[in-house]
Ligand binder design. Structure first.
Ligand code: FAD
Length: 490
């Protein structure tokens, strides 16, 4: 964008939200070129609205100036979902982080998009409730971003993903109108399920300004088991056997040996360093049923080669195990300077062969690949370890990621389980949808966004490579560690 046009845009945005909360200065906007993915691109302006009316005003200005709009909440997207690849205005939500209403009788809360996922459950727990979808990033990601990606998490095996826990949305349309879809009484909702359509639309249709979420009572008992195996294949077979045995636990997570070593070094939770794989399993319920299911799952794991099954003795041990698991991606920093994480899905029964094939890719290419994932859902997260400063490694891991996603699609799965398509997988989407499928989706998108200005360059193939991040020189400023959270991770 030309300097004069950018300055005018900045002035108009400042009039809408206040001088402090809109900026176009190249230095100030630099932070907003990143999310948790390797891609980067600079926006033309950044705006931090304080309420829905201001969001709507910003969208009207963007429509008038014909500039792209990128909604950004916690910026933990691993798919480049918030990277403003076509420039334009980034709208971000740290000021819209209020829990507006708790309606315990109707099991609903109304929240602004900037509410951090974990904060919502922490606010609810003393009242005996929680918000179920629990991405491992829940200490940093927000409800708005979770709606954007239809986020999952370890406990979505039994309870469902974000779309199953959101009953209504208030959104600002690209034209700047505020509309409500769904609401508190989703059970009696009639007409099109527009909430379902907008959840997971990755900011390509509208900007979410308010969310109605379901609340769930904290179960009387949660029992957590750690099943320790000598190899990945036995652990994978145990997962299928548990589900085939008629048990649907709240969570079944798997980690391979490399992941266990990184996680244990970071968390000291008691993960066995010599194990080939572990399963972290959890059942919720009343004490009698939880005890029975715990016993049955333990038996099935032993029958499938588990050398040991431990049941967390108390809440502190349970929280430590989960904190270790949920901190797994960050723990990878102990193994390599960088990792590239994939988000493929395969039918549960194909886990053993797909994991073998990923192992073969690692052997062939020489790149270590860790596996830490939602095994119950067949949602794989292979993490390819590399060093972005070593010439050619970044390109090599992108090619490995592509090969893994093709493998998942060919096994009857998908190229994303929860992280979204974003910028990263906009070409890989072709592995699961053909031209006709994509054309239908594009038509639906255009109903909301006829001019294609909402998060452009995401979700749909463009035929162009994603922008390349140049690694920053080492020794630069590192971010300060996040402030300590309450140690409640599930
Ligand atoms: C260490 C780590 C672990 C993770 N574990 C998980 C996991 O277990 N499960 C999981 O699902 N994901 C996981 N993720 C990915 C990420 O946390 C999720 O995709 C999350 O939902 C993103 O939330 P956010 O607030 O950071 O959103 P952002 O990254 O800011 O945005 C994500 C997408 O939503 C859109 N969006 C954001 N705000 C709005 C809005 N107000 N209106 C409309 N669209 C909007 C954006 O444009 C973008 O497309 C993990 C990420 C990290 C870094």
């Amino acid at each position: 964008m030309e300097a004069a046009a950018r300055a005018r845009l900045g002035r108009r945005l400042q009039e809408a939200v206040g001088a402090r909360y809109a900026f176009v200065d190249p230095y100030e906007i630099r932070l907003y070129q990143y999310d948790a993915s390797p891609e980067t691109a600079l926006p033309d302006a950044v705006v931090i609205p304080g309420n829905a009316a201001e969001v709507a005003a910003v969208l009207r200005i963007c429509a008038d100036e014909a500039v792209p709009v990128v909604a950004r909440c916690g910026a933990t997207s691993l798919a480049g979902g918030t990277v403003p690849v076509e420039g334009g205005v980034v709208i971000t939500f740290p000021r819209m982080d209020r829990i507006l209403e708790l309606d315990l009788e109707n099991l609903r809360a109304v929240v602004e998009p900037g509410v951090v996922n974990l904060s919502l459950s922490q606010a609810l727990r003393p009242l005996g409730f929680y918000y179920v979808p629990d991405p491992s990033s829940q200490g940093a990601c927000t409800i708005g971003g979770n709606v954007g990606t239809n986020a999952g998490g370890p406990h979505t095996l039994l309870y469902g993903v974000t779309v199953n826990h959101v009953t209504g949305l208030e959104v600002a349309l690209p034209s700047g109108e505020l509309v409500q879809v769904g609401g508190r009484k989703a059970v009696e909702a009639t007409g099109y399920d527009l909430t379902g359509l907008l959840v997971g639309s990755e900011g390509t249709m509208a900007v979410v300004t308010k969310v109605w979420v379901k609340l769930t009572p904290v179960p009387p008992v949660s029992k957590t088991l750690l099943a320790i195996f000598t190899d990945l294949r036995s652990a994978s077979n145990a997962v299928s056997a548990i589900v085939k045995g008629g048990i649907l636990p709240a969570a079944i997570e798997m980690m391979d040996q490399l992941s266990i070593q990184a996680v244990e070094a970071a968390s000291h939770a008691g993960y066995p360093l010599d194990a080939g794989a572990v399963l972290l399993l959890e059942v919720d319920g009343i004490p009698e049923s939880a005890a029975e299911l715990t016993e049955r799952m333990g038996r099935i794991c032993r029958e499938h080669g588990a050398r040991e099954v431990r049941v967390a003795r108390d809440e502190a041990e349970r929280q430590a195990l989960w904190k270790g698991r949920k901190g797994a991606f960050s723990a990878m920093g102990r193994l390599a300077p960088d990792f590239y994480v994939m988000d493929g899905v395969v039918p549960r029964t194909r886990l053993p062969e797909v994991l073998d094939a990923i192992g073969a890719i690692s052997d062939r290419t020489g790149f270590k690949i860790c596996n830490v994932f939602h095994a119950g859902d067949g949602n794989l997260h292979p993490l390819v370890l590399f060093d972005a400063f070593k010439k050619g490694q970044y390109e090599a891991v992108l090619a490995i990621g592509d090969e893994i996603l093709k493998l998942c699609a060919d096994a009857g799965g998908s190229v994303t389980g929860e992280h979204g398509i974003g910028l990263e997988k906009r070409e890989n989407i072709r592995y699961v949808f053909d031209e006709d499928d994509l054309a239908v989706m594009e038509t639906v998108r255009r109903v909301f966004d006829p001019s294609g200005r909402m998060n452009p360059g995401k979700l749909f193939p463009t035929g162009r490579p994603a922008p390349r991040t140049e690694p920053q020189p080492p020794g630069g400023r590192r971010p300060a560690p996040a402030p300590a959270q309450d140690e409640v991770w599930v």
